[in-house]
Design a protein around this ligand. Structure first.
Ligand code: ATP
Length: 591
């Protein structure tokens, strides 16, 4: 359970590198506030003289003298305040940027499972909310909590010289007021947290609907989606109304308390004036402090509530930052060394969460530079096998070994550097084609990128685009066709030139020209590499050294295409269903 203290720890950790500057800013703010407390003392003198000095040139000169001092005081205060503002304007965004970077890094380190369980839209919002919460709390400290504390202490000290009773009364009132504000804010957290969760749910719902926009169009689902969203946003509205209504009620009561206090203090002051204990100047002093203290304390009540709300918002992100990454490198994990590229699954058991076993004692060895096709019914676990080689999930039992090295004992980065993967439906960055292909080897020159693109038969379509390699591909690469995106992914893999290649073939059929281009690109890619293909195409299958049939979480058969089609078994059945000769769209039960 993430606490407010956890949130502050994260803030302090990011503020620490700038502690000297931050300390300087706080000193300037304190100094500016101390100076502001001195001004009313001269106002008192001014009014006392006005009341008793008589109307003559000498009094007027003295009055002007006081005004000059007051102007001087305000100028000093202005200087301190403006300098602290200027410095703070530089410092705060630095800390906010640091927080966003940490949140970004922490999110990126989370596992594949984490991203399948969380909505991207809501995660994006959480990062923003964390830095916004710092901004709110930092503002509160700099411009409310610190100045108000200095003001209260200073005013009480000055007032106690004039009337200890009024000073003690004011102090007691401020103390009770703030105690009530904090108590109220703490109590209100239970309404703030559901508000924050409802807010995230609304963002997630928007992101989900936008991602599925094509599906919505295809199924004329706009009204249906609007109804679903209306229900989500209604939950948010109810939560926020509850939270705000409580805040407004609280403010109304506080305002009333302020009016009562002001009248009480002034009534007491009148009595002391009757007794000759206070002068007209004291009234000016008192009223000036009272107004200042009221305004600050009033603001402080609101700010305390805003800080609690900001903390509730930040907690969602801090919780993720404090959740250990599910897949971690062992301490002292070494880099993998892949020379031959032999991959072994030794008695592997794996399930997603608490679901049924997907791999149930899975054994397989892929020899050096061997080309293996995984085939089997839909849901048999072919993609899972591939994800496990990449260590997107940790297995529950058994071992996955590459060139005699258990993949659990080596660093994830080095493992993934040794493998090139061409996914079924590649997703691209909204960056230029040049940058997208270069992702395979980020230090590659333009020439190397173009050479890889040529081998992957991307160059043909890229050179026809008006902006060529500088073309931006749209979010997730939406501006390219499926076949083009796959060729870009192949170009990336060619550039990466890793010793192990994993290929998840697209199930959708391509026209024969695209098919030929992709096959030719793949032949180039597979040269001299240990290759595992989740195969759906005859043209690919015929090129493989071995076909491995996966079913029920195990390898149930293996051999070449001609061997397997000769005997009765899953492969022959699958094959016969595919009259067109493509093993694709096989959607029938695993067992
Ligand atoms: P297809 O040929 O249809 O792509 P596949 O053989 O590649 O299927 P997998 O994707 O490996 O099958 O899935 C194996 C089983 O694991 C399926 O029952 C699937 O529902 C389940 N599964 C896959 N991914 C997850 C996940 N992230 N969380 C929970 N279950 C999952």
């Amino acid at each position: 359970m993430t606490t407010t203290r956890d949130v502050f720890r994260v803030f302090f950790a990011h503020l620490k590198p700038y502690r000297l500057m931050y300390g300087f800013i706080l000193t300037l703010i304190t100094a500016s506030q101390v100076v502001s407390i001195i001004a009313p003392l001269f106002y008192k003198k001014f009014f006392d003289l006005l009341a008793s000095g008589g109307v003559n040139a000498e009094t007027a000169a003295s009055l002007r003298g006081f005004l000059l001092v007051i102007v001087g005081i305000h100028l000093i205060q202005w200087l301190f305040k403006s300098t602290s503002d200027l410095l703070s304007v530089n410092l705060t965004p630095k800390v906010m940027a640091g927080l966003e970077q940490s949140a970004f890094a922490s999110l990126n380190g989370h596992s594949y499972t984490f991203f399948t369980n969380n909505f991207v839209g809501s995660l994006t919002r959480r990062i923003k909310r964390l830095s916004d919460a710092f901004d709110t709390i930092n503002d509160a400290i700099n411009w409310t909590f610190l100045p108000t504390s200095v003001l209260i202490i200073g005013s009480i000290i000055v007032l106690s010289q004039r009337s200890p009773i009024i000073a003690v009364g004011l102090l007691t009132w401020v103390f009770l007021y703030l105690l009530a504000s904090v108590g109220f804010s703490v109590w209100k957290i239970k309404y703030d947290e559901p508000r924050s969760a409802a807010d995230s749910a609304a963002s997630a719902a928007i992101a989900d609907a936008l991602t599925n926009n094509t599906t919505i169009k295809l199924f004329s689902g706009s009204d249906h989606e609007l109804n679903i969203f209306r229900a989500t946003i209604e939950r948010w509205r109810v939560a926020i109304v509850k939270s705000w209504r409580l805040g407004a009620g609280n403010e109304a009561i506080q305002w009333l308390l302020m009016i009562i206090l002001e009248i009480s203090v002034l009534l007491a002051a009148v009595r002391f004036w009757q007794q000759g204990l206070l002068t007209i100047g004291d009234f000016a002093l008192l009223q000036s402090y009272l107004i200042s203290v009221f305004m600050h304390v009033w603001d402080m009540g609101r700010t305390i509530r805003r800080c609690y709300e900001a903390t509730a918002n930040a907690k969602e992100m801090v919780e993720i930052m404090h959740t250990p990454h599910e897949i971690r490198d062992r301490r002292g994990a070494k880099e993998i060394k892949v020379k031959k590229g032999v991959i072994t699954f030794r008695n592997v058991f794996f399930r997603y969460g608490k679901a049924r076993l997907v791999l149930d004692g899975f054994n397989l060895t892929v020899k050096s530079k061997e080309k293996v096709a995984l085939v089997g019914p839909s849901g048999a676990g072919k993609s899972t096998v591939v994800k496990l080689i990449l260590r997107f999930h940790d297995i529950q039992k058994g071992k996955i070994i590459i060139d005699n090295q258990d993949i659990k004992k080596i660093t994830q980065d080095s493992l993934r550097d040794a493998i090139a993967m061409v996914p079924q439906d590649p997703v691209l960055f909204h960056r230029s084609l040049m940058d997208n292909i270069r992702y395979g080897r980020r230090e590659a020159t333009d020439k190397e990128v173009i050479s890889a693109a040529t081998k992957a038969h991307c160059h043909e379509f890229i050179s026809q685009l008006p902006d060529g390699y500088n073309t931006f591909v749209g979010e997730r690469g939406i501006k390219l066709s499926g076949g083009e995106r796959q060729r870009v992914a192949i170009a990336r893999a060619i550039l990466k030139d890793a010793p192990i290649l994993i290929l998840d073939e697209a199930t959708s059929s391509l026209d024969s020209a695209s098919e030929q281009l992709i096959q030719s690109a793949l032949s180039e890619l597979m040269k001299n590499k240990t290759t595992i293909v989740i195969a759906h195409r005859l043209s690919t299958i015929l090129k493989m050294d071995r076909i491995v049939v996966v079913s029920g979480g195990k390898v149930v058969d293996q051999g070449t295409h001609s061997n397997l089609t000769k005997k009765v078994g899953i492969y022959k059945t699958l094959w016969e269903i595919q009259a067109g000769g493509f093993i694709q769209s096989l959607h029938y039960p695993v067992d």
